[in-house]
Structure formats: structure tokens, C-alpha cells
Design a protein around this ligand. Structure first.
Ligand code: SMO
Length: 712
């Protein structure tokens, strides 16, 4: 549970509007002075520390897993293998696409292992070191069999119009392929769980680093066949999540099972290496598309296919990347005829799930590469061809060819703003001049759209007799400033200063049942729930509710329809001809997040997302070798961007109110990860096009760029 005290928050008069102010994050003083409380900091009474024996191979039959020697090691209380767990329930999967097969949810591997790093046994000991030492004394003997992961996955198709006929008649047809590196979400705080056991009620409090506390409770209850009343889930401070902490993990289920079974507190904190091996991965999709374009550069038909990887088990949101990668096409453009296929299938690797963007970058990179290819084929400027094909404002709400309903926007106007603010025409001219002088330099533009979640969220707002207000939020925070933004919304709704408002979230005991921090939905949907609860409270108070006792109103708010953020990014890249080293010389972002609650938080989201987009485009890649071993198992082998890799971003905005929620807000949490890779890829290909390059694989390392330039 995160209780954010209003003390230390900036003071403001109650008359001054809070929405739109760059109010400092109230949580930061606590977090940056070491006073935060993460799962590893939660005090437990006499806990057992959990460590996992993991599969050394990607597949096979377990011939032996000898635990006797480990049981006799110092400090060891228990060694658990699959047979001890008995029959457990499975994890719920969001079936947004048609599923095939059914992958089980293996808490500990039973007869077979299906991935390197899969937990086979767990050791519980007095100290983390003793637990780890004892793991080394558990040999796992795996016999080769075909060892394949259970075949399961998802398929989706979207079609509109006679795509084949329109495509055949198009004046130009351009085709591209875009492959996304498999990525490690790599939150600063790894996964972790601390379970307090309450003997008097035979119940547990599960402190979990999660984006979805209520779902975690529901799934734990189902998997362990334990009444939900015996499980309270509380997310303490969460040090980043990025989709990777949206699902429940086998390790976490084991810790809760063990606390209830042995009637002791348990704790497990993943090492960085364990997260590389066994936290969910993101991206990894292979995509190809063809765009049919008429003689004036108007898009007529899109054919696309996206194939996404899945691992050996399916996290709750396993289908989401494949779903978004298909349904979001063709982005913000008018294209009548489409034929789109998206699929995902299990394999002998770590699980693959949502990672900031979750299918949006995959759809966007493919479309934006196609648009640049169309610009090249027609000789029309890349910015101009985008403008020519944008959905115009009067067409909203606009039902696209995949059935999604885009709510609002001023797409072409935003592109004009990007052109103005970047001095686009003179920048093009300057690039041409430098090229003539022998430099390898290019400009790339990408437009993106960002769906911000559907469904509902909840809030309970209580006014205390002393005039202070407590907002209990059904969603959660992963370190992204949620408490500050919600206090601003409540302050304006109630006519108070934000210092009068406390915010609590992440607790299944102290907060109403909610969804969580996912899909850029927290402001548009969660913020609207807070607003509605405040309005209900005001109505109660106006009608004369007794002010000497706390007065509460609880609201479940369901969005009328999805809100769609959008924006456009421009990247200027220079590539060192001798080393291939890329430099992002200039980056400009224009985003429309609808009503902006706190511009500082929005800028932070854009910067952070862009940084992760730079990671995907230029640096990051998880690699399994031919034997199924993870080669990139540490931060020595996996290149996360560091501060020095992130250029200054020129950030500006336009604000078009979202019509489908009372705040008028759209999401912006994933904007940078969606727009950045496409803009960087387009810029690099623009730089290398004079050298005959029309395609580049991500990540664009210096070696990749050097080889492309020198055609080796
Ligand atoms: S990738 Mo997000 O946490 O829905």
C-alpha cells in the first residue's frame, strides 16, 4: 500500500486551478532521499528467503532432481519441487484474439522443462545466501526428448474492402519488412515479493511489485484455491514495471503457496540475471507489409502480416501485442482496403508479454516505414505525403478499416506544427548541403497513434471532518507520478489545494477493486473515476451530509470509448562514415495527449518513452543462441541506454480534448516507445539512401550501420 502524505507537496491557493500546472511530484522527496519502501524493504517477521533452481536447458524430460543434499545445508528449512505443490489452477489470459492450444501455467516444472531459466525447485532458507548456496546442491538431470513447449497462441485477421483488387490497380506498390529485437523491460527495481503470514486468521498479506494488485489477488485465489478473503495484496513503492509486472509469475505464486503451507513469512527478490532469464520479454515481432499508392501519393490498400513470439507460458496479457500490432494499422491514415494478419505462438524461451507500447510500436514502425517507402517511390516529401493521407478532423469519430474507432484529433495540423517548430524545409536543405559535402546525415519523421485502454477503473473519495480528503484509487502506480496527478484532479473538482488531498493506491484492502497501471489508461480512465467520485462527494455534501463524520463516495467509471493520443516525431541523425557510430543530432516531439493534467509528468513520460525507444532502435537486443541458451543474460551483454545516450528533446504539444471521458484526457505513457523507433529508423534509412540502402535491421548498432554503408 502506498500512502502519499500531502506534506511536502507544493502549496497552492484553493482558487488556483491545479489541472495544467507542472506541480512537482509529491512522491519524489521520499523516493530520492531513500525513504521509499519497496518490496525488499518491507519488514517481515522471521521470513524464509526463497531461491529457485532453474532449468539449465531449453527443453527435455526431467530424469532427476535430487533435493536430499540441499535439505541438509545450513539454514535450509524446505526444498520444494512440483510434486509437493499438487494440483494448481491456471492463470487467466486476456483472450482479445482467438486462442489456439492451451499452455499450462507451470509454477515449478513437473515432468518437462520448456525453457532455460524455468523454475524446477525452490529452496527456502534463513538467509538469501543460504537459499542460493543450497540451490547449487540440487542437480537437475534433464534427458533429451523433443522438449517442445506446448503449442498454443493467438491469431487475428482484419480485412476491409477488396484489398487484392485495389492493390493490383495501384499506381505504386511498396513493400517493407521490419523486425523488432526481443527486449528486456528491465525496470530499475526487479521483480519481488514479500509475504506476511497471519497465524490467527491463516491468511497472508502479499507485498508485491505489481501493476495489477487486484488481479494478482484474484489469480492467486484461483491458482491456489484459497478464498480471496485470506489474501490481501499490497503494492508498495514500485520501481518501474513497463508491462513486465502486469502478470503474476510462477515464482510469486510459489512464495504465497509456501507462506500458507509452512505458516511462515517468505521473501523473494529477483536478481537482474533472473529477470533477464525469466521475467517476461517484449517485442521480437517480424512484420511485413505492402502499401498500394495512387499516382498522387494517396494510400489505397494495405496488406500486412505480423508474427510475434511467445515463450513457454502465457502471461495474462500475452495476446495484447499481437492484437495491437494488427488492429492499430493503418495508423492515422485513410486507407480503405486492408488485409491484416497477426499471430503469435509459443516457443522454448522465457515468456513474452506486454512491454511499454505492447504492439503499438510494431504496428507503427511497419506503417511509418511503408509511408517513407511510398514517399520515395512517388517522389513526394515524407511530411507532405503524410499530411495528404491523414484522417481529417471532420471525420471523427472515425471507424477505421480494422474496426477501431479513433475519437478525435488534428493530425495534419500537428504535422504543420512539427514542420514549423523544426524549420523542416530549411533543415532538409541543410541536410542536402552536408550530404553534398560527404557527410552521412538524414531526417526521419514518424506519426503515431496511441490507444489508451478500454473498460473501467474505480475510486473512493473520503472527506474527513478536519477538511482533508483521502482519494483511494483502484488503479496503481509504478513510479510514474500517479499520486500527484490524481491529487491535482481531485483538488480542482473539490475546490481545494492539492495539499489537502492524500492519495492511496495499490492495496486490495484499502482501495476499491480496480484494474491497474496499464495501457496508458491511468489518467483517461482512472483520473476520470477520481473526478466522478469527487463530483458525487460534492453532491452529497451540498445536500447537507453531516460534516462531523467522514463522508465517502465510491465510483466505478467506465469509459464510453477508447481515447487515442497521437503525435509526430522528427529525428536528425548523423552517422560516422568511418565507425558507423550514430548521433541523434536533433529530436523534436509534438504530442496531443488531450487535456494535460501535469505538463511536467507528460514531458517525463515522453522523455522516458523516447529513451526506451532509442534503446530498441539503436542498442537493445536479447539473444538466444542455437542451443536455446540466453546469451544476453546481464547488463554487461545487454545494452540499456544511459543518460549520455539520450539527446535533448524539443517537446511541444497541442491539446484536443478527448470526447469520451469527462477529463478530456488521452494517454501518453507509451508515446515515446511508439514514435521513436520509427522516426529513428526512417532517419537512418534516409541518411543511407544515397548509398543505396533501403532497409536496416534494428538495433542500429554502429556495426550494422557501418556494414550497410560499406555494403559488407
Ligand atoms: S505495456 Mo503496459 O504496462 O500496458
Amino acid at each position: 500500500m502506498t500512502v502519499i502524505s500531502a506534506r511536502g507537496a507544493e502549496r497552492a491557493g484553493s482558487s488556483e486551478p491545479q489541472i495544467g500546472r507542472p506541480l512537482r511530484r509529491r512522491e519524489d522527496v521520499r523516493l530520492i532521499t531513500g525513504a521509499g519502501c519497496y518490496v525488499a524493504d518491507v519488514p517481515l517477521q522471521d521470513p524464509l528467503h526463497v531461491a529457485f533452481v532453474r532449468s539449465p536447458v531449453p527443453g527435455g524430460r526431467i530424469a532427476g532432481c535430487e533435493t536430499e543434499a540441499a535439505r541438509d545445508m545450513p539454514g535450509v528449512a524446505q526444498v520444494v519441487s512440483a510434486a509437493d505443490l499438487g494440483e494448481l489452477g491456471t492463470l487467466g489470459i486476456n483472450p482479445v484474439l482467438e486462442p489456439f492450444g492451451s499452455a499450462s501455467f507451470p509454477v515449478l516444472a513437473g515432468a518437462h522443462v520448456c525453457a532455460v531459466g524455468q523454475p524446477v525447485a525452490a529452496v527456502l532458507a534463513d538467509t538469501p545466501g543460504q537459499a542460493l548456496d543450497a540451490c547449487d546442491a540440487v542437480p537437475v538431470d534433464v534427458e533429451d526428448d523433443d522438449g517442445a513447449a506446448e503449442p498454443a497462441g493467438f491469431r487475428g485477421t482484419w480485412s476491409s474492402g477488396d484489398c487484392d483488387a485495389v492493390m493490383a490497380g495501384a499506381a505504386h506498390r511498396v513493400s517493407v519488412t521490419v523486425d523488432h529485437p526481443r527486449l528486456a523491460p528491465a525496470s530499475l527495481e526487479p521483480r519481488g515479493i514479500a509475504v506476511a503470514y497471519h497465524g490467527e486468521s491463516d491468511s497472508v498479506t502479499v507485498f508485491l511489485s505489481t501493476q495489477t494488485p487486484h488481479r494478482a489477488r484474484r489469480e492467486l485465489s484461483r491458482i491456489l484455491s484459497v478464498a480471496p478473503e485470506r489474501i490481501h495484496v499490497a503494492a508498495p513503492d514500485v520501481g518501474g514495471a513497463f508491462g513486465m509486472k502486469a502478470s503474476l509469475y510462477p515464482e510469486e505464486v510459489l512464495c504465497v503457496w509456501a507462506a500458507l503451507r509452512f505458516k511462515r513469512a517468505t521473501r523473494w527478490i529477483a536478481s537482474r540475471g533472473e529477470d533477464f532469464l525469466a521475467a517476461s520479454h517484449g517485442r521480437g515481432a517480424k512484420s511485413e507489409g505492402t502499401l498500394g499508392v495512387d499516382a498522387d501519393g494517396r494510400f489505397e490498400a494495405l496488406r500486412a502480416s505480423v508474427t510475434s513470439p511467445l515463450g513457454h507460458w502465457l502471461p495474462s496479457s500475452a495476446a495484447i501485442p499481437a492484437w495491437n500490432a494488427g488492429r492499430i494499422l493503418p495508423g492515422g491514415y485513410l486507407v480503405g482496403a486492408v488485409d491484416i494478419r497477426s499471430s503469435a505462438e509459443t516457443s522454448n524461451t522465457a515468456a513474452v508479454g506486454i512491454y511499454r507500447g505492447a504492439g503499438r510500436p510494431e504496428a507503427n514502425c511497419l506503417m511509418e516505414r511503408l509511408v517513407d517507402a511510398a514517399a520515395s517511390a512517388t517522389g513526394i516529401d515524407p511530411l507532405e505525403i503524410r499530411k495528404r493521407n491523414m484522417i481529417p478532423p471532420e471525420r471523427f469519430p472515425y471507424t477505421g478499416p480494422t474496426g477501431v474507432v479513433l475519437d478525435s484529433g488534428r493530425y495534419a495540423e500537428l504535422l504543420d506544427q512539427l514542420a514549423d517548430e523544426t524549420g523542416y524545409q530549411s533543415r532538409r536543405a541543410a541536410v542536402a548541403k552536408r550530404r553534398a559535402g560527404g557527410e552521412v546525415v538524414g531526417l526521419g519523421v514518424a506519426f503515431y497513434i496511441e490507444p489508451c485502454g478500454t473498460g473501467w477503473e474505480s475510486a473512493r473519495v473520503t472527506r474527513n471532518p478536519d477538511g482533508t480528503v483521502l482519494v483511494a484509487f483502484g488503479g496503481s502506480t509504478q513510479g510514474h507520478g500517479r499520486e500527484t496527478a490524481l491529487a491535482q484532479i481531485a483538488a480542482d473538482a473539490l475546490g481545494l489545494g492539492p495539499e489537502a488531498i492524500d492519495v492511496v493506491c495499490g492495496s486490495t484492502q484499502d482501495c476499491p477493486t480496480g484494474i491497474g497501471a496499464l495501457a496508458s489508461r491511468s489518467t483517461a480512465i482512472g483520473g476520470s473515476a477520481v473526478l466522478k467520485a469527487c463530483e458525487a462527494l460534492l453532491a452529497r455534501v451540498d445536500s447537507g451530509a453531516d460534516t462531523s463524520v467522514p463522508v465517502s463516495e465510491e465510483v466505478v467509471y467506465e469509459a464510453a470509448a477508447e481515447a487515442w493520443g497521437y503525435g509526430a516525431y522528427l529525428v536528425q541523425i548523423a552517422i560516422d562514415a568511418e565507425t558507423g557510430d550514430p548521433t541523434l543530432e536533433y529530436v523534436a516531439c509534438v504530442d496531443d495527449a488531450g487535456t494535460v493534467i501535469n505538463p511536467m509528468l507528460v514531458e517525463g513520460q515522453i522523455r522516458g518513452g523516447f529513451a526506451q525507444g532509442i534503446g530498441e532502435a539503436l542498442m537493445e537486443r536479447l539473444v538466444y543462441d542455437g542451443d536455446g541458451q540466453l546469451v544476453t543474460g546481464s547488463l554487461m551483454d545487454y545494452a540499456l541506454p544511459r543518460a549520455g545516450d539520450i539527446p535533448a528533446l524539443a517537446i511541444s504539444k497541442i491539446e484536443t480534448r478527448a470526447p469520451n471521458n469527462p477529463l478530456g484526457a488521452k494517454g501518453v505513457g507509451e508515446a515515446g516507445t511508439i514514435g521513436a523507433p520509427a522516426a529513428i529508423l526512417n532517419a537512418a534509412i534516409d541518411a543511407l539512401r544515397p548509398h543505396g540502402v533501403t532497409d536496416l535491421p534494428m538495433p542500429l548498432t554502429s556495426e550494422t550501420l557501418w556494414r550497410a554503408l560499406h555494403r559488407t
